[in-house]
Design a protein around this ligand. Structure first.
Ligand code: SF4
Length: 363
């Protein structure tokens, strides 16, 4: 699996840029100028980095070093303002990145929908791998299998490509990042974490505005808990017992529900932080009253909230979407038991941009 492409400056951290500056006999402050151009300023061409002397720029280019933003190949706009981007990497592989603007809605997504220009805040859903190996049975990305990991530069590059396309001003506008696109971030852990640091220290995303979702890669949950700088943690749970979870998420055969919940209990939460458990409701599979009661017992003692998502259907997925009243009943049972619970609206359903629908569809 490739790491940082050798010819791309995007994805290098301050230390690596400093080594480049040294190699070219440049003073240390050139590394800072490069870093600022790459991340806070989000420049896409070395030629526009006017702070650098032109002989230095020319020398970098002579060696084949460039900024190399990933290219937006296509974009699809939903009636709800969501935009699904098909983004091409240097080797031609594509991933999907989703822009979700919001009006003044709260976390439960109960606010007004925003059009193209009147958003108050937005969320970017970012991919971490080309495809995914985890094979969740309700997810269209799983049908692709995994092709390769993305480098830190390619992960950061998706965010920058979308920020630039939407002309976002990070000082004045509020954008969140969720690592919930294609791929399992914890199976590409070093590059994912490097991207997180660059987004936080470079592009300007506070760690509290980033959330990563894992299907339950237990050893990495522990590593993640020990990181000095880290996004919030979401766990894609989707079942209240091992029988159902192993059926819909084969990863559960390796790391059981008990192991997963123990990892959640052991996870060092910050002040006022909660773990998010995502629960995709599949008609007649995991959405009964009995399942809700089982789930309440499972989550007892964990500082958490639950996001319910009624399945977003797609071709090749053998599950149905539960009726609205079943979703409501499930939510009410959890709420009555004191579990903070939200029903997530699907975003960009009409353009295959909703949760579990990212499959590089081009029509
Ligand atoms: S839900 Fe996430 S982890 Fe599961 S197959 Fe889809 S992309 Fe992979």
């Amino acid at each position: 699996m490739p790491e940082q492409p050798q010819d791309s400056l995007l994805g290098l951290d301050y230390q690596e840029l400093s080594e480049i500056a040294q190699r070219y006999g440049q003073p240390e402050y050139r590394a800072r100028q490069l870093f600022d151009a790459l991340y806070p300023q989000r420049l896409s061409e070395l030629d526009s980095v006017s702070t650098l002397p032109s002989p230095f720029r020319a020398a970098l280019k002579k060696e084949g070093l460039e900024i190399r933003h990933p290219r937006i190949e296509k974009s699809f706009q939903s009636t709800d303002g969501t935009i699904r981007y098909l983004i091409a990497m240097a080797d031609g592989e594509t991933v999907e990145t989703v822009w979700m603007p919001e009006g003044d809605g709260g976390e439960s997504g109960d606010g007004t929908e925003a059009g193209d220009s009147d958003w108050r805040r937005a969320t970017i859903c970012v991919s971490s791998q080309v495809g995914c190996a985890v094979n969740c049975q309700f997810c269209l990305t799983a049908l692709l299998g995994v092709k390769r990991n993305l480098s830190a530069g390619e992960i950061v590059g998706q965010v920058i490509a979308v920020l630039n396309h939407r002309q976002v001003d990070m000082e004045r506008q509020r954008v969140n990042i969720v690592f919930m696109g294609m791929g399992e971030p914890f199976l590409n852990y070093p590059q994912f974490m490097k991207a997180v640091r660059l987004l936080a220290e470079g592009v300007g995303f506070p760690e509290s505005r980033m959330t990563v979702s894992t299907s339950g890669i237990i050893p990495r949950i522990a590593d993640f808990g020990g990181e000095p700088l880290r996004p919030k943690l979401a766990i894609s749970l989707n079942a209240s017992n091992n029988e159902v979870r192993s059926r819909i998420m084969p990863i559960n055969r390796k790391w059981s529900l008990e192991m997963l919940l123990q990892a959640a209990r052991d996870f060092p939460l910050r002040n006022r932080e909660r773990i998010t458990f995502e629960y995709v409701l599949l008609d007649g599979v995991n959405d009964s009253v009995a399942h809700a009661r089982e789930l309440i017992e499972l989550l007892r003692g964990i500082r958490c909230k639950v996001n319910l998502i009624a399945l977003n259907p797609g071709p090749g997925i053998d599950f149905g979407t539960p009726a609205e009243h079943r979703v409501k009943d499930f939510q009410e049972l959890l709420a009555k038991a004191g579990v903070p619970v939200f029903v997530r609206r699907p975003r960009g359903l009409d353009i295959y941009a909703a949760c579990g629908q990212l499959k590089r569809t081009v029509a």
